[in-house]
Design a protein around this ligand. Structure first.
Ligand SMILES: Nc1ncnc2c1ncn2[C@@H]1O[C@H](COP(=O)(O)OP(=O)(O)O)[C@@H](O)[C@H]1O
Ligand SMILES: [Mg+2]
Length: 510
């Protein structure tokens, strides 16, 4: 059989598509070529596959004394990474009659080969399995370390393989590998390593604001002197978020898998992501990109939290790149071969000191920064970005008495219950719309769900004038009020909800 074909898969963005791997053996001088837009790693498959074949006891291409052409189709799609090693090896073995012919029409093979013939894990296996199921494939040979992830998808036969020899014996029917059992959805990856609000003393007004942010998915900025507990509070935020539901968990797991951040033998991720990129982060690492676009921090934070500590220290262009995703909940990445979209629905938590030295506060006079330095520092964050933040919080230092108070604060679990309930109200409200949080409302939703009485209107009118609010701020105020009303289990937004929301606007609008 001089021409053999097996199926593999390519991951593009977060989704996969089938790839045909054809091997053609013909007469003439020995050669070994891979065609069909391979990248460097795919091209290097020739070396890995040759060594792996030789070290596994098979006749490698060089000894076949034939011209070996590997064709990866469709040809117009760039192939990337080492995942084609296993299918290339299998197709070569088929073509050179070293593997019994069988049914390869309903199988997908993926895996990187080591030089000794062991199979290494790859990225994006969950996306590949979801595609396989949709396209009617029945069986997948995947690296053993990816098998738990792969078996999250039901109704597929997942065969975990550790070595090329083992894969061939299985395909030949000599030594059958047992299929991977379905990964129970409760085989969740639990990481409860977050700070609990119970250990954070005082700061009740900040905790209240974090509860509102968690309930409606609103963005928040904390400003306060160094050591006030801003980082601590942000890290505790995840502990008051309800876990991901199954659909969200699959979405998040796909993202982490494609980015190569899934741990070995990890099942579904159920905890909401918390990403805190350093302030030296580049635009590409934040929003994603590259020749084979990888998700950036904002996509890794999808359905969770993006925490930007020391906000003014970030490069201004990097911060500006957040404007569009904050508005749309997704990021478009343009590439030579067309645009690609990654989801990016996250809650932004920013933290900043009030001045460059971080000591500026109302009580003490330690700060030596000049008025000019202070205003320059605060202006590093542009108006349009500030405009997309609903909750602006001053975080003062806690007093000694409060810090040493033995009394525990309310634990995160109790706050989480209220957040859950408020989210449930929103889910029911939006069950005919394709959103589920108040912060996602568009103008039409606002008109329908944020009706207010004349007293509230009057309040808003005064605030608009005094604080010189933009139209965007006005709509954001209404959405925030809706969340505050939901937390109070009120059907209608009341003036006191509006009043609280206004309180969270920055003192000086830019
Ligand atoms: N409210 C608080 N309750 C308990 N410990 C606190 C509190 N605020 C600050 N701390 C202590 O101070 C340390 C510094 O807090 P941090 O969150 O890093 O401050 P910031 O980010 O505002 O500079 C924390 O690790 C914690 O030990
Ligand atoms: Mg800090």
């Amino acid at each position: 059989m001089p021409i053999a074909k097996v199926y593999s898969a390519a991951v593009l963005g977060l989704n996969a598509q089938p790839i045909e791997v054809e091997v053609d053996l013909s007469g003439g001088l020995h050669a070994f070529h891979i065609v069909g837009l391979p990248d460097l790693a795919v091209n290097e498959a020739r070396e890995r596959v040759s060594s792996a074949l030789k070290n596994s006891g098979f006749t490698p291409p060089i000894h076949s004394k034939r011209r070996v052409i590997v064709n990866l189709a469709p040809a117009d799609l760039k192939k990337q990474g080492p995942a084609y090693d296993l299918p290339i090896a299998a197709a070569f073995l088929l073509a050179s009659n070293q593997l019994r012919t069988g049914n390869f029409e309903d199988k997908i093979l993926v895996g990187e080969l080591s030089l000794e013939g062991r199979i290494r894990p790859i990225n994006g296996v969950l996306s590949i399995c979801l595609m396989a199921k949709e396209k009617g494939f029945k069986t997948l040979l995947v690296p053993q370390q990816n098998a738990v992830e792969a078996a999250l998808v039901e109704n597929l036969e997942i065969i975990p393989v550790q070595s090329l020899v083992q894969a061939v014996k299985h395909l030949n029917g000599e030594e059958i590998i047992e299929r991977q059992p379905i990964t129970e959805i409760n085989h969740f990856y639990h990481s409860e390593n977050f700070w609990d609000m119970a250990y954070i003393k005082g700061q009740e007004h900040v905790k209240r604001a974090l509860e509102i942010a968690a309930s409606g998915g609103h963005n928040i900025l904390m400003t306060g002197p160094a050591g006030a507990g801003k980082t601590l509070l942000a890290r505790a935020f995840v502990s008051i978020l309800p876990p991901l539901n199954k659909e969200e968990a699959i979405e998040v797991t796909k993202i982490f898998s494609v980015a190569g951040f899934l741990l070995k033998n990890q099942g579904l991720i159920s905890t909401r992501p918390f990403r805190s990129p350093h302030h030296t982060a580049s635009t590409a690492s934040l929003v994603g990109g590259g020749p084979y676009p990888k998700p950036g921090e904002i996509t890794l934070a999808h359905r969770g939290v993006l925490f930007l500590d020391e906000l003014p220290e970030f490069n201004r262009d990097v911060l500006e790149s957040l404007r569009q995703p904050l508005e749309d909940g997704l990021i478009n990445i343009s590439r030579a071969a067309g645009a690609l979209t990654f989801p990016a629905q996250f809650t932004l938590i920013g933290a900043m000191n009030p001045c460059p030295c971080g000591k500026l506060s109302e009580q003490n006079e330690e700060c030596l920064c000049s008025a000019g330095q202070i205003s320059k520092y605060q202006r590093k964050i542009s108006g349009p970005l500030l405009d997309r933040i609903d909750l602006h919080l001053e975080v003062p230092k806690v007093e000694y008495e409060e810090l040493t108070d033995e009394k525990k604060s309310e634990p995160s679990a109790a706050i989480k219950q209220r957040v859950k309930r408020a989210r449930e109200i929103q889910r029911q409200r939006f069950n005919k719309n394709d959103i589920f949080l108040n912060s996602q409302m568009n103008l039409k939703h606002i008109k329908k769900y944020c009706r207010i009485d004349s007293q509230s209107r009057e309040l808003l009118k005064i605030a608009m004038r005094q604080m010189n609010l933009s139209a965007r701020s006005y709509h954001r105020l209404l959405k925030l009020s809706r969340t505050i009303a939901d937390l109070a289990k009120e059907d209608n937004i009341q003036p006191n909800h509006i009043a609280e929301a206004i309180q969270y606007r920055p003192k000086h609008e830019t």
